[in-house]
Structures are given as C-alpha cells and as structure tokens.
Design a protein around this ligand. Structure first.
Ligand SMILES: [Zn+2]
Ligand SMILES: [Zn+2]
Length: 184
C-alpha cells in the first residue's frame, strides 16, 4: 500500500490557517495504525490562499484537491489538513472532500472544534472527530462510497453530532476492498 503523506495547509496572510503540529502528529500515528501503512507529516506547508473565496471567507476544497494532485508525490496518498473552513459551491460547508479512487483528499478542523459551536475546547473530541473525518475521506480515495451501516466510518455525516455517533473504523464490507484489492 502507498504511504500516506499529511500536508499542512496554510495561508501566509492568515495566521492560524494551518493545524497544530501536535494534532497532526496524533493523526499521523492513528492513520498509520488504521491503514497499516507509514504515515508522515510533510515538512512544507502548502499555500491555499488561491482557493479563498473572499465573499464566503471559506476555501474551495475541490480547487485545493486539484492543485494538490499536481503538486505532490504520485507515489503517496495525500491528505491536506487545514484549520480553515472549506466549502463547495452547492453546500454551506464541507468537513472534507476526496477524489473517489484517487490520490488526494482534504480535511478541515474548523467545524470539528467545540469552540465553533460556542462551547469550551475539547482536545480529545477534536482528535476523535479529525481521525474519523480523515479516515472517511481517505476511504473515498480507495474507491469507497457512503456506507449504510451507521457505525461505519464511511457513513455520511454532515454534522458533528453524526460524526460523534459513528465509529472511527471501517465495517467489514468497507474494509475488504482496502485491504484485499490491489492496494496491497
Ligand atoms: Zn463522504
Ligand atoms: Zn462500511
């Protein structure tokens, strides 16, 4: 299986656009266990300024994925991680987006933080939500679509409440194509 590269996404003109290193380190270790492949944090920050929609004050996730695909190592599976809010034109926001059966995915921690909802920070909850969202988007890069099993990480979740009830792992049916079909 290809290794996973985590790429911090930042914007030079906007401090705080990129995720904290401790959070990335946690994520890298957890993803390596889940996908049974090395996962490293790339040392360079990828500038996502080009994807900013000034009116919405959000970044366009599809544009980020397309740019990442051209810029990164094709022999790795790539997950961009940002603290900034993401969108696609038809939706108010997205937690993340991925190329179906591709190489690249992107996730945002913006709406995974309790602070976003006016609540006190919860680092444990942020880590858990980020791992679920990252695992879900990477699952799409293995060609997986949404799963009907509500416990499976591939079930769709458009709100943090839904993220919190599902598990961080793939159900048996979703696990199978990842670990048997050609990726290994
Ligand atoms: Zn999905
Ligand atoms: Zn499933």
């Amino acid at each position: 299986m290809k290794p996973i590269h985590l790429i911090p996404l930042g914007a030079p003109s906007r401090p705080g656009a990129e995720p904290g290193l401790d959070l990335l380190e946690y994520l890298a270790a957890a993803l390596a266990r889940t996908f049974r492949t090395p996962c490293q944090i790339r040392p360079e920050t990828f500038d996502l300024s080009f994807a900013l929609d000034a009116g919405r004050q959000q970044y366009y996730s599809t544009a980020i994925i397309q740019r990442l695909e051209r810029a990164v190592d094709p022999d790795a599976r790539v997950l961009g991680v940002t603290a900034s809010d993401l969108y696609v034109p038809v939706l108010t926001f997205v937690f993340g987006e991925a190329q179906l059966d591709g190489n690249c995915a992107v996730v945002s921690t913006a709406r995974l933080k309790e602070e976003f909802y006016g609540l006190p920070p919860r680092q444990d909850l942020l880590r858990e939500r980020l791992l679920k969202e990252a695992t879900h988007e990477l699952g799409h890069t293995f060609g997986l679509r949404h799963c009907a099993d509500w416990r499976c990480v591939m079930t769709s979740s458009h709100a943090v409440e839904r993220l919190d009830v599902k598990g961080a792992e793939f159900c048996r049916a979703c696990k199978k194509p990842i670990f048997t079909n050609g990726y290994w």
